[in-house]
Design a protein around this ligand. Structure first.
Ligand code: UDX
Length: 454
């Protein structure tokens, strides 16, 4: 099928690469000329494992351009995958979504196209996007849009760091539209994934035993709500284990054992019960906030979701409180942060706990040193306001540090020579913000080991 994708961020680029790999003819559009030029030259603007390899495989079916005129006129499906960043009042900024919808209407010339919202948009946006597309089509062509456009919602559940795996081997595919015709088009588009009929790339082998992927085909509003409800549930699962973790710490229980003990109940499940500093990233904070805001429009409160947000905020404060409890005075101390990205295997810094923690420590008069294996460069570009010392190795962070905080559980940090790290520090204090380090080993090297919970 002929597919266009508007927006080449994490979601757009991953979707484009996967669909082209499956044999569809894909054109990715982005208004950022620099980004498109580098994609055309085979350079990838984000860090996502295996994306480079998959783009090589997908290359014959994949084009990049800046103008809608080269991508939209005869497309059968157009995905909108633009950013919907939070604006100053917390509500999503829909200017890019609106521009994309208008651009589609202005440039489409065929008989029928399905416009798919892949960006996380407020519930009800499908109808709004539909009216923008139709209005701009009618204004430009002077003709009635009639049944030329359908709008569908196809929420994205990929996790950064495992985005390609999640896209090719999803737990489910959700498509929502109010017209059967649109659902049929998307069913055809996703058939190779639903039936798992494609030859798996060698670097992304199909999980053993994976059969057909379930399809949830529903109306527009349900698909839009599924996205929010899924992300909010995952966020509150993490906040729940972090709340239990605080009690575990008081009563002398080990939160990791508790998480395993409850998670092995199949009704609960072991995943997303990893306690620590809490969630960051572009989705959980934004989506839980939007869910609470949407509910408020209908005079509803969402106490469970609101509490999950509050607990997550508290986890970041706990880092500073714990360091204060240990070091007594923070002013003039040197604290090293290991990890900046909001999670391992990505260079994404959106809502990353490290930024918040660094800011709080600086406000307390600490000298803050930071390191990240892939996100350091991006951090230097985006956070010039933070007067921290950027280090190119974890060892440099350890030099003369009064305490180290593991903020992002990169594998590299688990495998560090912690004995050598100890030798470089002023005092051997490690706050393991992800409960990821080998406590017994650190104790052997004379560390004072602090967990974030339990
Ligand atoms: C999330 C959703 O998982 C995905 O389905 C959706 O499409 C986008 O948002 P992502 O933000 O990429 O994906 O990462 P995810 O792996 O979900 O982690 C989010 C945050 O939660 C990270 O900061 C991570 O460190 C934290 N986390 C995750 C925990 O603290 N504990 C856990 O058990 C799992």
């Amino acid at each position: 099928m002929r597919v266009s994708i508007i927006g080449t961020g994490y979601v757009g680029l991953t979707t484009g690469a996967c669909l082209a790999f499956l044999g569809h003819q894909v054109t990715c559009v982005d208004s950022d000329q620099k980004k498109i030029a580098s994609l055309q030259a085979g350079k990838i603007p984000i860090y996502e494992p295996h994306l480079t390899e998959l783009l090589v495989e997908a290359k014959p079916n994949l084009q990049f351009c800046c103008d809608y005129g080269s991508a939209v006129p005869d497309a059968e499906v157009v995905f909108i995958a633009v950013g919907t960043p939070p604006s100053s009042d917390g509500s999503p900024d829909l200017q890019y979504l609106s521009a994309a919808a208008k651009g589609i209407g202005e440039h489409y010339t065929g008989d029928y196209v399905v416009v798919v919202n892949k960006s996380t948009v407020p519930i009800g946006s499908g109808n709004w996007v539909g009216s923008l597309v139709r209005e701009s089509y009618e204004q430009r062509s002077g003709r009635k849009a009639e049944h030329r456009f359908s709008v569908a919602s196809n929420p994205e559940f990929l996790r950064e760091g495992t985005a390609l795996h999640d896209s090719l081997y999803p737990d489910r595919v959700v498509i929502g539209a109010d017209e059967v015709r649109a659902l049929e088009v998307l069913y055809t588009l996703y058939r190779p994934i639903l039936d798992q009929t494609f030859a798996a790339p060698p670097f992304l082998p199909r999980p053993e035993g994976l059969g057909a992927v379930p399809l949830i085909s529903t109306e527009l509003a349900s698909a839009e709500l599924i996205k929010y409800a899924a992300n909010a549930f995952l966020a509150l699962k993490i906040s729940y284990i972090n709340e239990i973790g605080q009690l575990a710490e008081k009563v002398g229980a080990d939160i990791q054992h508790v998480a395993k003990g409850i998670g092995l109940d199949a009704r609960i499940g072991t995943r997303f019960l990893q306690s620590g500093i809490g969630w960051g990233g572009s989705c959980f904070g934004k989506d839980t906030s939007a869910l609470v805001a949407t509910a408020a429009e209908y005079n509803l409160t969402m106490p469970i979701v609101s509490a999950a947000r509050e607990i997550n905020r508290r986890q970041r404060e706990r880092v500073v409180d714990k360091l204060l409890g240990e070091l007594k005075i923070l002013k003039g101390r040197t604290v090293g942060l290991l990890g900046l990205a909001f999670k391992p295997n990505t260079d994404d810094l959106r809502e990353a706990p490290a930024i918040d923690i660094a800011r709080r420590l600086l406000e307390r008069g600490c000298k803050v040193k930071v390191h990240d294996p892939v996100a350091l460069h991006r951090f230097q570009e985006q956070h010039r306001d933070l007067a921290v010392v950027c280090c190119t190795t974890p060892e440099e962070v350890a030099d003369d540090a009064d305490a180290l905080v593991l903020v992002t559980e990169w594998q590299q940090y688990r495998e560090l020579d912690w004995e050598a790290m100890a030798g470089r520090m002023r005092s051997r204090i490690v706050l393991d913000g992800r409960n990821a380090l080998d406590r017994a080993r650190l104790l052997r090297f004379g560390f004072r080991y602090l967990g974030i919970a339990g």
